[in-house]
Structure formats: structure tokens, C-alpha cells
Design a protein around this ligand. Sequence first.
Ligand SMILES: N[C@@H](CCC(=O)N[C@@H](CS)C(=O)NCC(=O)O)C(=O)O
Length: 208
Amino acid sequence: MKLYTTPVSPNCRKAEATIDHLNLEVEIISKGLTNGDLETPEYLQINPNGAVPALEDGELKLWESNAIVQYLADQANAEAFFPRDLKKRTNIVRWQFWGCLHFNRAVGTIVWETVAKPLLQLGAPVQAVIDGALDNFHRYAQVLEQQLDHTRFIAGDSPTLADFSVGDHSALVLLEQSQVPLHKYPNIKSWYHRLEAVPAWEKTRPSW
Ligand SMILES: N[C@@H](CCC(=O)N[C@@H](CS)C(=O)NCC(=O)O)C(=O)O
């Protein structure tokens, strides 16, 4: 298998950490985000969206990071990480959808403005965009905060795909300049730190 990634991308970290966590043999191919690498005809054959991550396994060309990590977990028969039991699995998938559509979208917008844009020299943060995303962040953070009242990770006391998916922005969020108001959500803050201490997650921490 081959995984196409780029440094500092939360979606790519999620896939790389899953590979490491499950001890899978996958060739990692690094692509530039802004140098045209993702727009070549060859790469668009792999991911017509011109985005990373993308996975190749023989004839299969798979894009969308949550689909990729589910595929990887099933390759590894990772019962604790992505159970085949329908109720347990659906719970995890539910959090992945929720992250993608709600929580991570809010978090991603905030850290894009406050961290990624300055880092990539793509212009100054736009406060109105940050404020709009903060409204959504508060709405959905309450849900996660409550979920983490009694468990160390989202779906229980050990990490699952739910944590790798919902927590994929951890490194950016935990930077002081991120402006993500974690002081109001102590469970989420502790959970982000707990996730950062999972060996596979630690190993894939971006270097700035
Ligand atoms: N929903 C997609 C998002 C993929 C995505 O937007 N990746 C970013 C890097 S985090 C990217 O490749 N951006 C380049 C671009 O959109 O031009 C996923 O989960 O894989």
C-alpha cells in the first residue's frame, strides 16, 4: 500500500498515526501542499480532488481520510481500535461523521486562520471568520465535553478511530496562538493531551 501525505496536515496525521498504531506496512509518499504536486495529471488520477491523504492498494485508489483509516483498521483486524461489533462500530463511525461535519470543521476553521495561514504565509487571520467558527465550536464542544465526563477516550478508556478522527487537529489546537478556548472545556483539553501521549500520535507530531 502507498499513502500520499503532506506535513502538518491533520487529515494526513490521522492516517499516518493509524498506520503506526496498527503496525501496518505502508509506503509514505510526501507531497507539497502549495507547489502543484497535488494538481499533476498523475496525482489527479489517484485523488481527483487534488487533496491528501490518498491511499493506493493495488487497483484501489482511496481518498477521504476517514474512509482511509477505516480501511487500514480493517486490514489490521484492529478489534479494539475499530470493532466489528455493529453497535460499537456505529458509535465510532457516528463520531467520525460528527467530527467531519461539525466539530472538526469549527476547529479546523479557527486553526487555519490563527496557525496555518500565518505558517504558510497565506495572509493575516480574518477575525470575522474566527468568530463565526467559535460559535459553532461552543455548540459542539459541549457535546464532546459531556461525552468525556466519564471516559478517558471518546468511545471508552482506550483510543479508537473516533479519537484519531475527532482529535486530528490536536497539535494545532494546543498551540497558544490557536485561540481555541480550551480553558472552558477541561475534559476536551485533557483528552487532547492524552491523545498526544498515545505513542503513534506522538510519533507523528508535526515539527514546525
Ligand atoms: N475531507 C478530506 C479533506 C482533505 C483535505 O482537504 N486535505 C488538505 C490537507 S489537510 C489538502 O489536501 N488540501 C489541499 C487543497 O485542498 O488544495 C479528507 O478528510 O481527506
